[in-house]
Design a protein. Structure first.
Length: 465
């Protein structure tokens, strides 16, 4: 038992010496302890403690980069070489600094914009202004064949340098607005003429349909102008109309009256009316809201198409949530042009002029001329069904005959006020129909590619950079 205790003590001493002096001292301590007890029995074969390993310098360890190859083992460290170049118990290279010198330069990280999965930058110049306009002679006929040298563009009285010119017709995106708040006889004329509407467009055009009375209803989104879906939407857009108002007093406002009371309320102009004075019901013509909804639908189409809101109405407005100023501002900010066919009383010569005189707190009888003038469009008053059908084709031809001029404005991009534009033609006796101006917007039309004739490149304006 004593020998066993000495053996354990000597082993403890050996462990301490191994930690302080290395492997050579440990191997010498074990035989020295055995010679002190010669009469002791042969001890059992007890394994010595494992050889300790030298810890690496922690200040040289760096994170592993997956893109880098495995670092080779240094030649000076035999224990590290025996373990495959890796420190036992650790997956990090023993000397990463030497590895970076042998492996060459670090791999280059691709910058943003390189490679197939890189982000794409969109560049839009908000200073480019595109102005479509129509030119007519003294008899109201369209004038073709104008050159860019004949055109002068002014913004707030300052002449602008023309950088884009095009006479090519663009495909149309038309939002059709049909008034169902007109009288029943006018509504019948509109219903009859709607079957000829599709013939005014080509297969490259698209049409959406909105109707309004006391509120706006979307019949269909944009669909092909020659598609059967548009025919079904036009058929569904046919309304009944409203009864025309009779006199509010006098013989038309009453039938048989006894003691200032109607004898038979069922025979009065307004069913159920008991008194001899007719209570005129309120009319609702939400034309502003209808144009605004159609403009929002049109503003979402591709920039390479002509945006048009086409209205068939008598021009009356009452009960809309949107004001006329707000709607016009939205139209001018999104390059939307308004065309209209005036029906009903507004189409009678002279009546429409008197309707423009607005009495405060009353219904506006004709607001469409203000929309068409502000956006560079036009209106066509027609009273007969055949005239309404022909107005579809005339207005469509007028849109396709528009010229397009573009320039880079010299005004400050930080000024969001309304900018008034003017187009002049160096020919006498011509009428120019163009928008009054525009509001700057970050989503305006980007500069298109210049359409330069191949036969005469010198006659085209300089292209936009």
């Amino acid at each position: 038992m004593r020998v066993g205790r000495q053996k354990i003590w000597v082993s403890g001493v050996a462990l301490a010496l191994a930690a302080a002096g290395g492997t050579a001292q440990t191997t010498q301590a074990v035989p020295a302890a055995q010679t002190t007890t010669p009469n002791a029995p042969t001890p059992q074969n007890v394994p010595n403690a494992p050889t300790p390993q030298t810890l690496p310098q922690l200040n040289t360890i760096t994170p592993v980069q997956s893109a880098l190859p495995a670092a080779p083992a240094p030649a000076s460290d035999a224990a590290t070489q025996a373990n495959g170049g890796v420190v036992p118990g650790n997956s990090l290279p023993s000397t990463p600094a030497a590895a970076t010198q042998d492996d060459g330069p670090a791999p280059e990280i691709p910058a943003v914009g390189q490679g197939s999965s890189a982000l794409k930058a969109i560049h839009v110049n908000v200073q480019f202004i595109e102005l479509p306009f129509t030119v007519k002679d003294s008899k109201g006929r369209l004038v073709p064949g104008l050159r860019w040298q004949d055109v002068r563009v002014y913004e707030d009285g300052v002449k602008q340098d023309l950088r884009f010119w095009s006479v090519d017709p663009l495909p149309l995106s038309v939002a059709l607005v049909i008034d169902q708040s007109v009288t029943y006889d006018t509504m019948e004329k509109i219903n009859t003429s709607l079957s000829a509407l599709q013939g005014a467009f080509t297969k490259f055009d698209e049409v959406s349909v909105f109707t309004y009375n006391n509120g706006v209803q979307k019949q269909t989104g944009f669909t092909g102008a020659q598609s059967p879906r548009l025919g079904v939407a036009l058929e569904r857009s046919k309304g009944v109309g409203r009864e025309p108002l009779m006199g509010t007093e006098g013989p038309l406002a009453q039938t048989t009256v006894i003691n200032n009371q109607q004898v038979d309320p069922n025979t009065t102009p307004q069913r159920g009316q008991l008194g001899i004075t007719l209570n005129v019901p309120k009319e609702y013509h939400t034309l502003n809201d209808a144009i605004l909804e159609a403009a929002r639908e049109t503003a979402s189409v591709d920039r390479g198409r002509r945006r048009v809101v086409y209205v068939i109405s008598d021009g009356k407005e009452y009960g809309s949530k949107a004001t006329q100023k707000e709607v016009i501002q939205y139209l001018q900010r999104n390059n939307v042009t308004v065309y209209a066919t005036l029906v009903g009383d507004a189409s009678i010569p002279g009546v429409g002029f008197l309707d423009r005189i607005h009495i405060p707190l009353t219904m506006r009888d004709d607001v469409l001329p203000k929309y068409t003038t502000a956006t560079g469009g036009g209106f066509d008053p027609e009273f007969r069904p055949r005239g309404i059908e022909e107005s579809f084709q005339r207005l469509a031809d007028e849109v396709r005959a528009q010229y397009t001029a573009g320039y880079y404005t010299k005004a400050s991009p930080f000024d969001e006020k309304f900018r008034r534009t003017e187009i002049r033609i160096l020919r006498p006796g011509l009428t120019i129909i163009a928008p009054d101006g525009y509001y700057p917007s970050a989503f305006r039309t980007p500069p298109p590619k210049p359409m330069t004739p191949a036969a005469a490149p010198s006659t085209a304006p300089p292209s936009a950079p």
